[in-house]
Write a protein that binds this ligand. Structure first.
Ligand code: FE2
Ligand code: FE2
Length: 470
């Protein structure tokens, strides 16, 4: 026999450091894969209200994954193997979540099954863990739970607005995912494991792939471009645009900045699709690309909000192009990022943001000026993302730089070819849009005192040089 003192308190099972780091890593893998899946389905979804919500939720999910990952690293310090040997059961479950048949089913799987299960598992962890010993986890989980609950509530409210009724087939999909999750022992893995429900009517679907083509919201008329300047053969469109400019260059800038912002959605689709296509990159890659995709969706929403604020019927009046993503779609993900970087770096270097902001201020358009100011702040970060990750993906040496140049040149040529191939498509001609818009804008303009600003501005498109060569 030996002598001891009694334990001063009871400790539940699964609450030691090893348990905590194992469970939190499994949560991290769930959130990480959910983030990538949301990004891919953001590209796939055309309904605008739903689409922009998926971009926001992608970024928020990245924040949760990051908090969990950081905590795992603390608990295992100095071990750095958090991104090795992901739990295969969790990977398999999240791969099933991605296999939804359409956005409605996808949202039902994520917001009615996966996220509520995660929320409950986080709550169970909080109840179980020692609030003193494991205080840094408890702090993070309280915020994470609030974040997940807000995402669920927000999406359910949005679905009630966007979708009429709830098709019964959804319940089969939810039921399948619940059974699958049970079979892997639940989100925390503490439940009894069983064979996956391979006999279920929803089982056995092919692996999910992010779409190479994007479709715009059915409420909009089909359009390839958003400005006649993108298709130099669209002379009628350019004439229609000139009438807007003739009202005042300030008016043209106000209209241009709203429509251009709205059409930045392709710049969100490019990094979001890369988040799915590339699944073996350092964690910071996904953090940065989630931010990039959400920022560009915010910029798009900025334009939309301005036009709604003017009382415009946006789907009726404003072209929403799909040419850029659809021309880029077949390219490898690195090449899509290379072209996006080329465009953004070029525009920022040319100092266009300062000029645009100055003209919007001269127009006394406080809303558009503030949007442009934040857009500028975001764009500077995006250029650093592009620089950092293209160097990482292609190599930080002469060969890497040459490959970046080659990929960029080839992508620019593909874009130029797309314009010549589609220049005469009815969707490539923008005069009808800008003629309708002129009438609306001409009704709205009013006089303010002239501040004497000299304006030498014409709409900027991403690659003037290539268009000139056509
Ligand atoms: Fe942007
Ligand atoms: Fe950007």
């Amino acid at each position: 026999m030996v002598k001891v003192l009694p334990t001063s308190r009871e400790t539940p099972s699964h609450t030691r450091v090893g348990d905590a780091s194992r469970v939190l890593k499994r949560f991290y893998v769930a959130e990480r894969q959910l983030m990538r899946t949301l990004a891919a389905w953001f590209v796939q979804t055309s309904q605008w209200d739903l689409k922009r919500q998926l971009a926001q939720d992608t970024w928020e999910t990245a924040q949760r994954a990051d908090a969990l990952r950081t905590r795992v690293l603390e608990l295992r310090y100095p071990r750095r193997d958090v991104d090795r040997k992901y739990d295969p059961d969790m990977l398999a479950f999240m791969a099933e979540v991605a296999k939804a048949g359409d956005p409605r089913e996808f949202v039902a799987g994520v917001y009615d099954v996966a996220l509520p299960a995660l929320r409950d598992a986080y709550r169970a962890y909080l109840e179980r863990t020692d609030p003193l010993d494991d205080a840094p986890t408890a702090y993070r989980l309280r915020h994470i739970i609030a974040d997940v609950a807000a995402q669920i509530d927000r999406m359910r409210a949005l679905c009630a607005e966007v979708f009429a009724g709830a098709p019964e087939a959804l319940e089969a999909w939810r039921g399948y995912l619940r059974q699958y999750l049970d079979s892997i022992g639940g989100m925390d893995g503490f439940g009894a494991k069983a064979a996956p429900p391979t006999g279920h009517v929803c089982a056995g679907r092919p692996d999910y792939e992010a779409p190479r083509r994007t479709v715009r919201d059915a409420r909009w008329r089909p359009a390839l471009f958003h400005l006649p300047h993108e298709n130099k053969y669209d002379t009628e469109g350019q004439r229609a645009w000139k009438r807007l400019e003739a009202l005042d260059k300030r008016v043209a800038m106000q209209v241009w900045s709203a429509i251009s912002h709205f059409n930045e959605i392709w710049a969100a689709e490019a990094p979001a699709s890369a988040m799915w296509d590339l699944d073996d990159q350092p964690w910071e890659f996904y953090m940065d690309l989630a931010r990039w995709a959400w920022d560009e969706t915010r910029h798009s929403t900025m334009g939309y909000r301005v036009m709604q604020g003017w009382g415009w019927d946006v789907p009726d009046l404003v072209p929403w192009g799909n040419a850029t993503y659809n021309a880029l779609g077949p390219m490898p993900p690195i090449q899509r990022l290379a072209l996006l970087y080329f465009y953004e770096e070029g525009l920022l270097r040319a100092g266009t943001k300062q000029v645009e902001l100055r003209i919007l201020e001269s127009a006394q358009d406080g809303a558009s000026a503030q949007d442009m100011d934040y857009d500028w702040a975001d764009e500077a970060i995006h250029v650093s993302f592009g620089y950092k990750w293209l160097k990482h993906l292609l190599g930080d040496d002469k060969a890497g730089r040459e490959e970046l140049q080659r990929l960029t040149d080839e992508a620019r040529a593909i874009m130029a070819r797309f314009v010549t191939e589609h220049k005469d498509d009815p969707e490539a001609r923008l005069a009808p849009y800008f003629e309708r818009l002129y009438d609306v804008v001409a009704e709205m303009v009013y006089d303010i005192p002239d501040d004497g600003l000299e304006i030498n501005w014409a709409p900027v498109v991403a690659d003037e040089e290539v268009l000139e060569e056509l």
